[in-house]
Design a protein around this ligand. Structure first.
Ligand code: TIU
Length: 232
């Protein structure tokens, strides 16, 4: 039998089932996190995103130790921008646009240095990396097929930004029947209020599209999973 652990969470405890749970790490990319990159060029304070790195590194390590599947995503586009709709490309008035040359290469273009994941959270061999053109990780990607093939029914959701790609992915996952636990200190937003309210929105109304817990609750649960014997 697969070990099952109850994690203290809002609005109710979340049941972690080993082998049915994946950790998804959304868009922890240099373009969003590093000083001088795309995120900062939009006028954002990247320190709020960088603060996510240490707790998320610890959570990823605990997931790996527990044998929980780790999936990374990257938001970005092909070099010819054929998968970037004008509505996205032309949005707002940033000093740099997707596809332009930035401090870390062409902004949000696959294969560029800035498009890749920060060194501290780099995927290890065997981990799935989903390249997504949208905010949600299910839109125009192979994520559904990957999760179905692995027998995953629950997601531990982390990454940036809370109210944009984390929210969109959690909403997409919830509509597809996945139970989603969003880890509060392992998500980040450029805006403190959006982060706080974004988390409140997930767990409100009885958990309208998910659960919320912090890494201090989730990491011990993963440690318990790592040491639980698999019963026959
Ligand atoms: N990954 C993600 O959230 N993409 C964004 O563009 N987020 C912003 O908050 N800009």
């Amino acid at each position: 039998m697969t070990p099952t652990i109850s994690v203290p969470a809002e609005p109710t405890p979340f049941t972690l089932v080993a082998e049915r749970t994946a950790l998804i790490v959304i868009d922890m990319q240099r373009d969003f996190l590093l000083p001088g990159g795309f995120g900062e060029s939009l006028g954002n304070d990247v320190d709020r995103l960088l603060a996510v790195v240490p707790p998320l590194a610890a959570l990823i390590a605990a997931a790996r130790e527990a044998g929980v599947m780790v999936i990374h995503t990257r938001e970005g586009h092909s070099p010819d921008l054929s998968d970037c709709p004008p509505a996205k490309l032309n949005r707002g008035a940033p000093s740099q646009r997707i596809g332009d040359d930035g401090k870390y290469g062409r902004i949000l273009i696959r294969g560029e240095y800035g498009h890749d994941i920060v060194d501290e959270l780099a995927p290890i061999d065997g981990e799935v990396v989903i390249d997504k053109p949208g905010k949600g990780a299910f839109y125009a990607t192979e994520l559904s097929e990957v999760l179905t093939a692995a027998g995953i029914t629950s997601l531990i959701v982390t990454g940036v930004t809370t109210e944009v790609c984390v929210h969109t992915t959690t909403r997409e996952a919830n509509d597809r029947g996945y139970e989603c636990l969003v880890v509060s200190d392992c998500c980040g937003s450029y805006f403190a209020d959006f982060h706080r309210v974004g988390l409140e929105m997930i767990a409100a109304q009885g958990g309208i599209f998910g659960w919320v817990a912090d890494s201090a609750a989730v990491i011990p649960a993963l440690h318990q999973l790592a040491t639980s014997p698999s019963l026959p």
